[in-house]
Ligand binder design. Structure first.
Ligand SMILES: [Zn+2]
Length: 264
């Protein structure tokens, strides 16, 4: 049975800096990372002493400061997203205006680059806006991605066994050795060319499971501008943050409470 319990997290403090400690039983080395929201995490094994982890943190302080600066730049580049009428959201690579619709109930429609949106409440919360758009994006993505998969699988003469849709934070797609393809529905916010590249990339894995030269040559046949699309994806990794329930860039920098699931 899953229960919730309060368990204080281990922390390392040094001057104005505070790092969370993550212990993994399989971890052999000590490592440090700065997350996109600026949180500092020190990872070690279950047996590493807190003092030793703290010393490691202090000796890498310059690196940490640099990481925090980069996280702050990222936060400036992609400021917190505010859902509102008159605002703009990316959809199929275009910024579309959100306008107030005339329906009495919750409603969303996309027409000629404009989202017409209605809520029963005249001042919907950020969560109401986001959830409505998330479900609309997912619905459109499922049918759009399926049709692109169908078109490209014919051209490439490959056939996936099963297709599923997910919404991971850091992965756009995957192809298993059994031939199952999974795509991240949030890609529907990206330009069509980038969506097609992702579809081609995953389908190409049905022929080549690695990222070998043969793989990329195969991709290039059906997505000639794949390099541009890959660059676009890495430069815009956080442009999809507006769809996240918990922003990766602007969520709390330090855990206010440590609510954890523990198995009993
Ligand atoms: Zn791949």
């Amino acid at each position: 049975m899953n229960t919730l319990s309060f368990k204080p997290r281990e922390m390392i403090r040094h001057g104005n800096y505070c790092a969370l400690v993550q212990r993994k039983s399989f971890s052999r080395t000590v490592a440090i990372r700065v997350e996109p929201n600026g949180s500092i995490v020190v990872t070690g094994s279950k047996t590493n002493r807190l003092k030793g982890l703290g010393e490691y943190f202090v000796t890498h302080l310059d690196w940490v400061k640099d990481g925090i600066r980069k996280a702050e730049d990222l936060g400036d580049q992609f400021p917190p997203f505010i859902w509102k009428f008159g605002g703009y959201v990316p959809f199929l690579g275009e910024f579309c205006e959100i306008r107030r619709g005339s329906h009495k109930l919750k409603y969303i429609e996309w027409s000629e680059g404009v989202f017409w949106v209605s809520f029963p409440n005249s001042t919907p919360s950020q969560a109401c806006f986001r959830n409505l758009f998330r479900s609309y994006y997912e619905k459109v993505a499922r049918s759009f991605l399926r049709s692109r998969l169908e078109i490209f699988s014919k051209q490439m003469q490959v056939s996936p066994k099963r297709i599923s849709f997910r919404s991971q934070k850091t992965r756009w797609g995957s192809c298993s050795s059994e031939g199952n393809i999974s795509l991240n529905w949030k890609i529907i916010a990206a330009p069509k060319e980038v969506i097609d590249y992702l579809v081609v990339h995953e389908l190409a894995h049905l022929r080549f499971m690695d990222h070998s030269e043969n793989f990329w040559n195969f991709v290039e046949e059906f997505s000639p501008r794949n390099k541009v699309c890959r660059r676009w994806l890495s430069a815009n990794q956080y442009a999809f943050d507006f769809l996240e329930t918990y922003s990766e860039l602007h969520s709390c920098r330090l855990p206010f409470t440590a609510l954890r699931k523990s198995k009993v």
